[in-house]
Design a protein around this ligand. Structure first.
Ligand code: BGC
Length: 732
C-alpha cells in the first residue's frame, strides 16, 4: 500500500481514538448510542418528505447524532451548541451536505470533471469545495459518487466518473484526498462519502432506483472496484444505495455491507443509508413495517439512518426484544464516534464564523473553477479547423443555453447561485466588445418557433454561428432519467434552420449525459462537449473557442448513435458471434438490423487544435509467468506519440489491455493506465507504462481475484477503438 494511503487511513486505525471511543461508549445509555445512529434533515428535503421531529429537543437528549442540509456557520453553531453545551455527554453533531461539484464555487458536474483525466485537478476542486463547505459549518460531504454507469438514460450518470471501473477508482481516490486531506482534524478537511454502495448505476433500463441483478463476477470486477479504491484512499464513510442487488436491497445487504466491506476490505468508518432507504425496505417488500426495516438495515451493516426515522423510533424496542444485539448497536456507534473524533469535532465543534466571507468564491477558487471547466471540454469534431475561431470574424451566438446562467450550475449545486455564474453570452460579448450577434432562438423545451426567424437572420449576418444547445440542468441527476437521448424540444429544428443558411456551425453542447446526435454530428462543422461547466462557464468557453487554451478533455463514457444501443460501454465481452464494427445487419452476428454496434464517439475520444500520431506499442518484457506478476514483477509497455500539427497540445495516451485463453470470458479491452502528455509541434514523446499484477487480476472461475496465464494484448491509443496491438504470452 502506498505511504500516502497509510497516512490517510491512520485516523480510523488510531489506537488513541479507539481508546477515547471505548471510554465514551462505556458512559452512554442505549438511547444515547442509538442517537448517534440517527440523522435528520434540517427541513429542506433532498428526497420525499420524511418525519417532522423537534430537532433541538432531540439533540438536547442525545437522540440525534447528525444533521443534513443545514448550512451557514452561525446556523450550524447554534444547533451544535445544543449538542455540546446542552446534552448530557456533549457529543458533537456531524453536519452533512451534498457538496458534489463544489460548494459556492461550482465546478463542472462530476462527469465533466472526470473528462479532464486529471486526478491532481480533481483533487484540487475537492480541496476548494472542502475549504468552502467547512467555512459553512459542513464537515461531511456525500461525495464522491463512484457508481460505474453504462447507461446514458440514467440521469445520475452525470454525478460520477463514467463507465470505467479503473478510471473510476483513480478519480474516487482523488476526491477523497482533496476532501479529507492527510489530516482529517484540519478545520478545512471534510469527511468524504463514497456512494451509492453498490451497483446503483446498473439500474435496469436506466430508470432511477430500478432493480439491479448482476453476477458476483461483474459486481466484483466492475461495480466494486471504485469503492475499494475509495476505501484504500481512506474514505471515512459510505452510503448504501436504493436499489436491490440480486433481490436483496443494497441497504439491507449483509454480503456487500459486512462480508465484503468490513470482512474483506477492513473498512473502519461508518455507513449511512441513502435518504429513507431504510424505510424503503418496506416497498421493496422485505420488511412489513419500520421495525422490521430498522432490524434488517442495522443487522446488515447500515450504521446511520438518514431521514427514515426507523432507527430513532424502533431500535430501542428491537434491542429489548433481542432482535438486534446490544453489541451491534455498540459497533455501529463506535464507527460513528471514530469519525467524529478523527474530525477533531470534540476539540473544535464550532465553525469559524468569520471564514465564509473571505473564502467563498475567492479569486483562487474561481481560477480553479475556470481551469477545471477548460479542461473538461471535449472537442468531439472539428472539420476544416473551424475552431479555434478567428478573431475578426463575425459571430452569431444562438441557443437557449447561451445566456442561461442557472443551467450552467448543473444538478446538485445545492449552494450554487446563478448570480455567481458568467454565461457564455456575457463572456463572449465582453471579448467581442459589442460586436456579438445574439439570438436565443428557442427555449430548451418548447414547440414554439417564434424565435427561429431572428436566429436565422443573425446567422445570415455572421461568418460563423455558435449554437449553445442541450439539456436543462434538471434533465440529468437524481430521478431525471430519459428514454430519448436527443436534443430536447425543438432545438434540433432550430439547428436545421441555422445549418440551412450554409454558414459554418459550431455546436456547443450542455448536458449531463451522453446524447445520441448522429444528424447533428453529420451537419455541423464542430462540436464541443461542454457538460455543465459551473460558475466560470463563460470565460472558460470563450478561452477555448478562441484558442487561448486548446481543448484537452476526453470522454469517460461512450456517446451512442441511437438510444437503442444502451447500455453501451467499450469494455464489453466479445460474444461467440461478434458483430463487425463497420457493417450492419450481418446475419447471425451479435449486431443490429438498423445500426452499427459502435458508439458515435468512443470512450477516451477527444480532439484538440493539433494532431497526434502513435507508434505501435512495444512490450519491453520478453516473457513472464502469472505467478511472477503476482509476486511483484511487472510488464513494461512503451510507445511514441508525435505532435504532427502546427500548435502545442495535450494528448492523453491511454493504455488498454485484453486477455484471451483465460478461465472466464474477459472484456475486449480495459483501460489500465493513461498519461497526459504536453507536446510541442513537430516533437514526439516516448511514453512508458508499467502493468502490475493488480492491474491484470480478475475474478476467475473459482471466484478468486488473481492473474491467470493467457495471451495478453496491449494498445497505447488515443481512445478505446483506436491503436495497433502488441501481444505477450503470460505463461503458467
Ligand atoms: C441521494 C443521495 C444524497 C442524499 C442526501 C438522496 O436522494 O440519492 O445521493 O446524498 O439524497 O441528499
Amino acid at each position: 500500500m502506498p505511504l500516502l494511503s497509510l497516512l490517510a487511513l491512520a485516523p480510523f486505525d488510531s489506537k488513541a481514538i479507539d481508546a477515547r471511543v471505548e471510554s465514551l461508549l462505556k458512559r452512554m445509555t442505549l438511547e444515547e448510542k442509538i442517537g448517534q445512529l440517527v440523522q435528520f434533515s434540517d427541513g429542506s428535503a433532498t428526497g420525499p418528505e420524511g418525519a417532522q421531529v423537534d430537532q433541538k429537543a432531540l439533540v438536547a437528549k442525545g437522540g440525534m447524532g447528525s444533521v443534513l442540509n443545514l448550512t451557514g456557520a452561525k446556523e450550524v453553531n447554534a444547533l451544535q451548541r445544543v449538542a455540546v453545551e446542552g446534552s448530557r455527554l456533549k457529543i458533537p453533531l456531524i453536519f452533512g451536505l451534498d457538496v458534489i461539484h463544489g460548494h459556492r464555487t461550482v465546478f463542472p458536474v462530476p462527469l465533466g470533471l472526470s473528462a479532464t483525466w486529471d486526478e491532481g485537478l480533481i483533487e484540487r476542486t475537492a480541496r476548494v469545495a472542502a475549504v468552502e463547505a467547512s467555512a459553512d459549518g459542513v464537515r461531511w460531504t456525500f461525495s464522491p459518487m463512484v457508481d460505474v454507469a453504462r447507461d446514458a438514460r440514467w440521469g445520475r450518470i452525470m454525478e460520477g466518473a463514467g463507465e470505467d471501473p479503473w478510471l473510476g477508482g483513480r478519480v474516487a481516490a482523488a476526491y477523497v484526498r482533496g476532501y479529507q486531506t492527510r489530516d482529517l482534524s484540519d478545520p478545512t478537511a471534510i469527511v468524504a462519502c463514497a456512494k451509492h454502495y453498490v451497483a446503483y448505476g446498473a439500474a435496469e433500463a436506466g430508470r432511477d432506483y430500478n432493480t439491479v441483478d448482476l453476477s458476483d463476477r461483474v459486481l466484483r470486477d466492475v461495480y466494486l472496484p471504485p469503492f475499494k479504491a475509495a476505501v484504500d484512499a481512506g474514505v471515512g464513510t459510505l452510503m448504501s444505495a436504493f436499489n436491490t442487488v440480486g433481490g436483496v436491497p443494497a441497504s439491507a445487504n449483509r454480503y456487500t455491507l459486512t462480508d465484503v466491506l468490513r470482512g474483506e476490505w477492513g473498512f473502519r468508518g461508518f455507513v449511512v443509508s441513502d435518504w429513507n432507504s431504510i424505510g424503503e425496505l418496506i416497498p421493496h417488500g422485505i420488511a412489513l413495517d419500520a421495525e422490521e426495516a430498522a432490524e434488517k438495515g442495522l443487522n446488515a451493516g447500515v450504521d446511520m439512518d438518514m431521514a427514515a426515522n426507523a432507527y430513532a423510533s424502533k431500535l430501542v424496542g428491537l434491542v429489548k426484544k433481542g432482535r438486534v444485539k446490544q453489541g451491534t448497536v455498540d459497533e455501529a456507534t463506535r464507527r460513528v464516534l471514530r469519525v467524529k473524533f478523527a474530525l477533531g469535532l470534540f476539540e473544535r465543534p464550532y465553525a469559524d464564523e468569520s471564514r465564509a466571507a473571505r473564502e467563498m468564491l475567492s479569486p483562487g477558487h474561481l481560477a480553479v473553477a475556470r481551469e477545471a471547466a477548460e479542461r473538461s471540454f471535449v472537442l468531439l469534431k472539428n472539420e476544416g479547423a473551424v475552431l479555434p475561431l478567428t478573431p475578426g470574424r463575425r459571430v452569431a451566438l444562438i441557443g437557449p443555453l447561451a445566456d442561461s446562467a442557472d443551467d450552467m450550475l448543473g444538478e446538485w449545486a445545492v449552494r450554487g447561485r446563478k448570480e455567481d455564474v458568467t454565461s457564455l453570452r456575457s463572456a463572449m460579448a465582453e471579448r467581442l466588445k459589442g460586436g456579438l450577434l445574439y439570438a436565443k432562438g428557442t427555449e430548451i423545451q418548447t414547440e414554439s418557433e417564434a424565435g427561429f426567424a431572428e436566429a436565422v437572420a443573425a446567422a445570415q449576418k455572421a461568418d460563423v454561428a455558435v449554437m449553445a444547445l442541450g439539456e436543462s440542468r434538471f434533465m440529468s441527476g437524481e430521478a431525471f432519467s430519459r428514454t430519448r437521448l436527443d436534443l430536447p424540444g425543438n432545438q434540433r429544428k432550430l439547428l436545421e434552420a441555422v445549418v440551412a443558411t450554409g454558414k459554418p456551425v459550431v455546436l456547443v453542447l450542455f448536458n449531463g449525459r451522453p446524447l445520441a446526435l448522429p444528424w447533428e454530428s453529420a451537419h455541423v462543422s464542430a462540436m464541443l462537449e461542454a457538460w455543465f461547466p459551473g460558475v466560470q462557464a463563460g470565460p472558460a468557453l470563450v478561452h477555448t473557442l478562441y484558442g487561448d487554451v486548446a481543448p484537452s478533455g476526453r470522454l469517460t463514457t461512450s456517446f451512442p448513435r441511437a438510444v437503442g444501443q444502451e447500455p453501451l460501454y467499450y469494455n464489453r465481452l466479445n460474444t461467440g458471434r461478434p458483430a463487425r464494427t463497420d457493417a450492419i445487419a450481418e446475419r447471425f452476428t451479435s449486431g443490429y438490423l438498423d445500426e452499427l454496434i459502435t458508439p458515435l464517439f468512443p470512450f477516451g475520444h477527444g480532439l484538440t487544435y493539433t494532431r497526434f500520431t502513435y507508434s505501435a506499442p512495444k512490450i519491453l518484457t520478453k516473457s513472464i509467468r502469472a505467478a511472477d506478476l503476482a509476486k511483484g514483477k511487472t510488464i513494461e509497455v512503451e510507445a511514441v506519440v508525435a505532435n504532427v500539427g502546427a500548435s502545442a497540445g495535450i494528448e492523453t495516451a491511454q493504455l488498454y489491455v485484453a486477455q484471451r485463453g483465460t478461465s472466464v470470458a474477459r472484456p475486449i479491452r480495459e483501460l489500465k493506465g493513461y498519461e497526459r502528455l504536453r507536446i510541442a509541434p513537430g516533437e514526439s514523446r516516448r511514453v512508458r507504462f508499467v502493468l502490475r499484477g493488480a492491474d491484470l487480476a480478475f475474478t476467475g472461475l473459482d471466484m478468486k481475484r488473481k492473474v491467470e496465464p493467457g495471451e495478453l494484448t496491449v494498445w497505447v491509443a488515443p481512445n478505446a477503438e483506436a491503436g495497433a496491438p502488441a501481444k505477450l504470452r503470460i505463461l503458467p
